[in-house]
Each structure stands twice: as structure tokens, then as C-alpha cells.
Unconditional design. Structure first.
Length: 262
């Protein structure tokens, strides 16, 4: 999906302050992409998680038309301590992430908007964001919610991918979406080596006890899943499928405390 004038008109950073005030007065929803900057093997750039969260939000804004939607600038850093041994990774403490989200969301609310949906693209953020949305809803007395695009679009992911049922890390899924959205950043010559063990996302781990495990002890190459099966066509299906799922949620209004929008 190529960016066009309609897309740009929905991006916070491309709009003027008067335009944003008008959108706030129309009760527009603000989508706030959040991801991570972390290693993704030898074939994908470190910005994959926030690049993809941002891309899904942009597509959602178009697919949900005519609902008024603004896509805020993406938050490019999250909780990635488990990737630090590889290098190339930036991480925040939980307290810093809390403070960062508090200040960004407060700014959005002070601009006149009333509804913020955080759209996450990094598995390591999931459990923290669920807890932080509870805290921020109370602290800011605002309508906040969070989803991960790969959770909202899980049915599409399971249908499209051939070697896995869910998003892993630098895998068939993430690599396919990267090939669709920013192919010039994919080191295709390295994809033959981009294979690793299958994993579950932290939020879906069924183990009775949780403990911190460095990612290099699980996947020495920094890859979980098999990127060799990735294609740009699969990536387009995944991106549009996840965006459609989010657009459907916005139209239903279910993210606003489980109630229909008026």
C-alpha cells in the first residue's frame, strides 16, 4: 500500500496545529504506535518493530475511513533487555517507559483529543503495556486502550503464514511484512541463514513459572522462526489483514472500555 495524500493527512507530524485542533473537536481517535529498537538477526533492521507498528497504524487510518483518526509519531524504544547481549539494541527501564507514555499521552490529551489507542509491535512490551494502561487510565482520567497488531490480526497471521501460526522474531511473518513495507532495508542475502527455534510470545507463554531469559540463550542467531519462507506478497496480506482487524475494532468501538461508540 503506497502512501498517498490521504495517508499524510492522517499523520500527526504532517498536520498543522489548527488541523489537529479540528480533528480533536471531531472526536478523532489517536493511534499511538509503539515498538522497539533491537536486533533482528542479520537480515532485518533494528527498527522493525516500530516500523511495522507505524505501518499498520497508517493502513488502519485509511481502512477505517471515514472515522476521524490521527496517527501519532511512533515510540521507537521499549523493553528489550533480553536482546541486549547481541548489541544494536536500545532499551528502557519500566519506570522510564511509564513516564514516557504518561507524558506523550498527556500531551495528546492536552491537544484536545479524548481517546488514545496504543498499537504495539513488540512482544516484550505486551505485559507491561497492559499494566501501564491501567495506571495511565487512572492517572490521566482518560480513555486509553492497548492492542498489539499481531494479536488483533492473529487469525490472518495463522492463515497466511506457512511455517508458523503466530509472529515470532525476525521470522517468516516479520520478514514478509518488511519485504512489503520497506524492502530496501531487508538484507536478502542473509535470509538463507535466518532460521531459529520456534518460540511463544511472552504474553502467550503457558509455563507455570516466569523468569527472565536472555534471547541469545534461546536463539543464538537472534532469529526465532524461519525467515526463508518470507515473501512480500505474504507481507501485504499480513499488513492489510492486521490493519483491517484494527479498523473493525475501531468501528465497533470495543476498545473504549468495551462500550460501543456513539
Amino acid at each position: 500500500m503506497l502512501e498517498n495524500n490521504m495517508t499524510r493527512e492522517k499523520l500527526w507530524s504532517n498536520l498543522t496545529a489548527p488541523q489537529l485542533r479540528e480533528l480533536a473537536e471531531s472526536d478523532a481517535t489517536v493511534l499511538l504506535p509503539i515498538g522497539s529498537t533491537e536486533q533482528h538477526g542479520g537480515h532485518l533492521p533494528t527498527g522493525v518493530d516500530y516500523f511495522l507498528a507505524d505501518e499498520v497504524c497508517r493502513r488502519t487510518a485509511l481502512l477505517a475511513d471515514p472515522l476521524p483518526i490521527v496517527v501519532a509519531p511512533p515510540i521507537w524504544c521499549g523493553l528489550a533487555e533480553h536482546h541486549m547481549p547481541f548489541g544494536g539494541t536500545l532499551t528502557l527501564s519500566l519506570n522510564t517507559l511509564h513516564a514516557l507514555l504518561r507524558d506523550v499521552c498527556r500531551s495528546i490529551l492536552r491537544a484536545g483529543f479524548r481517546h488514545i489507542l496504543l498499537v504495539n509491535g513488540h512482544g516484550g512490551n505486551v505485559t507491561a503495556l497492559n499494566a501501564l494502561v491501567n495506571e495511565l487510565t487512572s492517572e490521566l482520567s482518560a480513555s486509553l486502550a492497548v492492542t498489539s497488531y499481531f494479536t488483533a490480526g492473529s487469525h490472518v497471521i495463522a492463515r497466511v503464514l506457512q511455517t508458523q501460526q503466530q509472529i515470532m522474531h525476525a521470522c517468516e511473518g516479520e520478514t514478509s511484512m518488511a519485504l512489503a513495507a520497506f524492502p530496501e532495508l531487508v538484507r536478502t542475502a542473509e535470509m538463507a541463514q535466518a532460521v531459529g527455534p520456534a518460540i511463544s510470545l511472552q504474553s502467550e507463554d503457558s509455563s507455570p513459572i516466569y523468569h527472565s531469559v536472555p534471547f541469545d540463550s534461546i536463539a543464538p542467531r537472534g532469529v526465532a522462526g524461519d525467515a526463508r519462507a518470507a515473501t512480500g506478497d505474504k507481507g501485504e496480506q499480513l499488513l492489510d489483514g492486521c490493519a483491517t482487524a484494527l479498523a473493525d475494532l475501531l468501528r465497533a468501538g470495543v476498545w473504549r472500555n468495551g462500550q460501543e461508540t456513539s
